[in-house]
Ligand binder design. Structure first.
Ligand SMILES: Nc1ncnc2c1ncn2[C@@H]1O[C@H](COP(=O)(O)OP(=O)(O)O)[C@@H](O)[C@H]1O
Ligand SMILES: Cc1ncc(COP(=O)(O)OP(=O)(O)O)c(N)n1
Length: 266
């Protein structure tokens, strides 16, 4: 038996709820073979991010070369990218070795407010990596920062934002509405022609650490298995919805989503 290969390029979350750890759990749950290139080590728990240690550029390059020169990937997913220099190396090596599907979760900070990708790296992200993407999955805070606009506070403003984000060159934008108050959690997918609404009744859950990483990784896994973008997002939404429903409390702050919930769905 052979498995579709999926690579995450992201930061390590010592608490296990987000970053590399969430990505690999998601890949495994969706029957794909997960690989990881680590951009930074974070000391992190349910209360927040206590420290960030970016990996040296040489270490990033070596990891990428090892994986891409030998194993390759059906999908690549990126998360925390740290700096403009890290982004340049990732773009260079993906271009050199080639890639199939690229899912960019433009992680700029944690929900607890820590910076995970430097402000000055946003320009590099937008100009170098973004146009290479099959899909980019910003949340509302990331979208406003990338577009340098006021906070996005309505579904109509989400629609305007998704059109503008698409102009940066990715094939698809999935704008996530998890941070918009309301009965429904609404995400918008735009492919340059069609706008698709993914609406899910909001789950009353405090333990949602890792939702964004999990959603993007599930999309990458489904694309790697050959799904089209709409089907990949549909499955990823089902996966993250199950995971949020079974989010659980560990430690003293916001706990993680449960990556094994989808396999137990009825
Ligand atoms: N309380 C919730 N109930 C249902 N879906 C949610 C909830 N919170 C987030 N989501 C979904 O989880 C995914 C991640 O969204 P979001 O929280 O906006 O991103 P991030 O984790 O990057 O901040 C989206 O598909 C969003 O609709
Ligand atoms: C190492 C690392 N990467 C990404 C995140 C952000 O996780 P995400 O799932 O986007 O969102 P929150 O859990 O912060 O809501 C992180 N915290 N650490």
């Amino acid at each position: 038996m052979t498995l579709a290969k999926v690579l995450t390029i992201a930061g390590s979350d010592s608490g296990g709820g987000a970053g590399i750890q969430a990505d690999l759990k998601t890949f495994q749950e969706l029957d794909t073979y997960g690989m990881s290139v680590i951009t930074a080590i974070t000391a992190q728990n349910t209360r927040g991010v206590q420290a960030v240690f970016p990996v040296q550029l040489e270490a990033l390059r070596a990891q990428l070369e090892s994986v891409l020169s030998d194993i390759g990937a059906h999908s690549v997913k990126t998360g925390m990218l740290v700096s403009a220099e890290h982004i340049q190396i990732i773009a260079e090596l993906l271009s050199t070795y080639g890639y199939n599907n690229l899912v960019i979760d433009p992680v700029l900070g944690s929900t607890t407010g820590s910076e995970l990708t430097k402000q000055e790296a946003i320009h590099e992200l937008k100009t170098t990596l973004w146009p290479m993407a099959t899909v980019v999955t910003p949340n509302l805070i990331e979208a406003a920062r990338i577009l340098e606009t006021a906070p996005i506070e309505t579904v109509q403003e989400m629609e305007e934002a998704v059109y503008q984000l698409h102009e940066l060159g990715a094939s698809n934008i999935l704008l996530k509405g998890g941070h918009l108050p309301g009965e429904e959690s609404i995400d918008l997918l735009y492919d340059g022609q069609n706008l698709t609404h993914f609406s899910q009744k909001r789950i009353n859950q405090a333990n949602t650490h890792g939702t964004g990483c999990t959603l993007a990784s599930a999309i990458a896994a489904e694309l790697a298995k050959g799904a089209d973008i709409i089907d990949a997002v549909e499955t990823a939404k089902a996966f993250v919805t199950c995971a949020i429903k079974e989010g659980f409390s560990i430690g003293n702050g916001a706990g993680p989503v449960n990556h094994s919930a989808y396999r137990r769905r009825s």
